[in-house]
Design a protein around this ligand. Structure first.
Ligand SMILES: Nc1ncnc2c1ncn2[C@@H]1O[C@H](COP(=O)(O)OP(=O)(O)OP(=O)(O)O)[C@@H](O)[C@H]1O
Ligand SMILES: [Mg+2]
Length: 236
């Protein structure tokens, strides 16, 4: 009978595989947990805020037209509006609705627009004409990896321009994120003490894909994620 110790030493890659499976499972569970939490929170808070706003409008109609009171009511209405807006933003940040409802192309375009607005770095998006349809977990993983690559550009690149390119090929999908910044160093690519790029690699591997990171000859950094997309199909 083979001892479990022998089993482990004779198949080192199986350990890495099961860790990878565990990571994929944890990520999927984490995202699913967040989704239901945010969904619940958003619904509860949203309906309470709508009711509060209604009460406020009715109350304002009954109050004497004293300028100080009118001013106070307007401030309260503005506060309710601000809380509703924060609630909406939190929900959008944690749960990429656009991805679920409209798919990867629309979600990437929105992420690029948001990145450009927030960081002042021009961000172009090149998309294939046809619609894509990969497994939901592949699309979510790709979206999260693009988010990490954009975050890295904002934090580390000092770039003035970025670009996201989505390509689909027979049975595969590829996303490239590149910038014209300072360019990543070789030692940073394998960085043992940071998590963003490592998580990207592990996430891609767990779904049978891969990530390449490098410096561009013309300056800047390029990150390419390739994923199998068995369900790749053109929607009418
Ligand atoms: N687009 C980029 N341009 C220049 N340097 C980059 C770029 N992306 C990453 N880097 C460098 O590579 C390092 C590793 O990136 P990584 O995403 O793994 O870690 P991080 O962003 O520092 O931290 P975190 O674990 O929060 O993601 C960064 O610290 C940065 O020095
Ligand atoms: Mg990072």
């Amino acid at each position: 009978m083979t001892s479990s110790r022998d089993d482990h030493s004779s198949t080192p890659s199986s350990e890495a595989d099961s860790l990878r499976d565990l990571l994929a499972h944890a990520q999927t569970g984490h995202e699913a947990g967040l989704r239901s939490l945010v969904h619940e929170l958003h619904g509860d808070l949203g309906s309470s805020l709508t009711a509060l706003n209604m009460h406020l409008v009715l109350l304002a109609q009954k109050l004497p037209p004293d300028p100080a009171i009118v001013d106070r009511v307007e401030k309260m209405k503005a506060l309710v509006l601000a809380i509703s807006e924060s609630n909406r933003r939190i929900q959008l940040g944690l749960r990429p609705d656009k991805l679920e409802v409209f798919g990867l192309k629309v979600a990437l375009q929105e992420a690029a627009d948001d990145f450009q607005q927030r960081h002042g770095v021009a961000c172009r998006v090149s998309l294939p004409d046809e619609d894509l349809s990969c497994a939901a977990e592949t699309e979510l993983a790709l979206f999260r990896m693009v988010e990490e690559a954009l975050k890295n550009i904002a934090l580390h690149a000092g770039a003035s321009q970025a670009q996201i390119i989505l390509d689909d090929a027979e049975g595969a999908i590829q996303v490239t994120v590149r910038d014209d910044g300072r360019g990543i160093e070789a030692k940073e690519i394998e960085g043992a003490h940071t998590h963003g790029l490592r998580m990207m690699r592990e996430r891609a591997l767990s779904l049978g894909g891969s990530v390449r990171v490098g410096r561009r000859r013309e300056g800047g950094t390029i990150v390419t994620v390739s994923m199998p997309c068995a369900a790749n199909a053109t929607r009418a």
